[in-house]
Each structure stands twice: as structure tokens, then as C-alpha cells.
Design a protein around this ligand. Structure first.
Ligand SMILES: [Fe+2]
Length: 192
């Protein structure tokens, strides 16, 4: 079935009402292994199980759509001194595709890691469009004091590879808060 043109406001609520939309929340308990300070993870879990980010995504919008898209809100805060972040993934080799990010609100960093181990960071701020090319893993980090809200869009056929990030022990650097400043520190668990 062909997809009809459509438009929507850039809000979680509006996207959640579109055909094919799904929504979800990722709690710290689902992301505990991505943080470096496991004692801080345990303490945060004892105090509750905070939601680190919410998302709403639309795949196969209205039929045979070739693009998927979604809005993600990473809530502000740290686990220990490490800022809240997404798990991060590569796109699976056989069906890899590029991905676009658009900063909508808040402030953060996009971490990028190539399959050959090249590492880059790019700031996400409202109105900035970021292009994530084929073969680069991507993770987003909220370094601000409000929700980091961003839109992403990717080819519908894309499948995700989370295992490679797990195998590498995460990304080469961690994004930490030190005296109110954002700093990048080496991740001792990372292996190329
Ligand atoms: Fe992706």
C-alpha cells in the first residue's frame, strides 16, 4: 500500500498518535551495564529505577514507507558522574543505512564510533542536523539540565547491532560531569 503524505508537530504526543507508532521507556535497570560506576548504579536502583529516556518511533508509517523516524527524550542527570545516555548501536552490516539526527531541545553530545575504531563527538543543540554515515555506531548523551529531545530518521530496512558495542566494552570515552563541566575521560573497559 503506498504511503500518503503527512505532516506532524515535533512532539512525542503527536508522533505517538501516528499510524504504526510505538512508544517506550528505558529504565536504568535495562542500561546498567553501560555505566562505568557500578556502585552508583546499584545505589540508584536501590532508590528506585529511574527512567533514563523515553521514545516514540514510527516504522512503516501508513503502509510501505521506506523511512522510519522517532523522537527521543533523554532525561537530565548522571549515574555517579556519568551523564544519562542511550545504549548505542551499529546498524547491522547486511542492511546498514545512514541516519539523520535533528536537535529539538536541550543540549547533548552524539558519540560516533567507526568499525575501525575511529571515535568522534558532535554537539547536539536545537536546530542542528547531524548526519551519521554508514558503519558508525551512535550513542546520544544528555549533558544539559533539561530533556535532550532529538528526532532521528533511518531507512526502514535497518536492523540494529547492539552486541558489537557490548563486545567492545562500550565507546572509547565516557562523558562525565566534573565540577559542573562536561569532560570526556578514557573508558578503561573499551577494547578495539
Ligand atoms: Fe541507529
Amino acid at each position: 500500500m503506498p504511503t500518503n503524505p503527512f505532516a506532524f508537530p515535533l512532539t512525542m504526543e503527536a508522533i505517538a498518535r501516528l499510524p504504526g507508532a510505538s512508544t517506550g521507556s528505558n529504565h536504568l535497570s535495562q542500561l546498567r551495564s553501560v555505566f562505568g560506576d557500578q556502585a552508583a548504579v546499584d545505589a540508584a536502583l536501590r532508590a528506585g529505577d529511574p527512567v533514563l529516556y523515553d521514545f516514540t518511533a514510527v516504522r512503516k508509517a501508513g503502509g510501505d514507507a521506506m523511512l522510519s523516524f522517532g523522537l527521543t527524550a533523554i532525561h537530565p542527570g548522571t549515574v555517579g558522574a556519568e551523564y544519562h545516555m542511550t545504549r548505542g548501536h551499529f546498524h547491522a552490516e547486511a542492511s546498514d543505512g545512514d541516519e539523520l539526527y535533528l536537535g529539538v531541545a536541550g543540549r547533548g553530545l552524539l558519540l560516533l564510533l567507526s568499525r575501525t575504531g575511529e571515535f568522534r563527538t558532535v554537539e547536539i543543540t536545537p536546530g542542528v542536523l547531524l548526519y551519521t554515515p554508514l558503519g558508525w555506531a551512535h550513542r546520544t548523551v544528555n549533558t544539559g539540565s533539561e530533556d535532550l529531545l532529538f528526532l532521528s530518521a533511518w531507512p526502514e530496512a535497518t536492523r540494529y547491532d547492539y552486541e558489537e558495542i557490548t563486545r567492545r566494552g562500550g565507546f572509547p570515552q565516557r562523558v562525565m560531569c566534573e565540577g559542573g563541566q562536561v569532560i570526556l575521560v578514557e573508558n578503561p573497559n573499551y577494547r578495539a
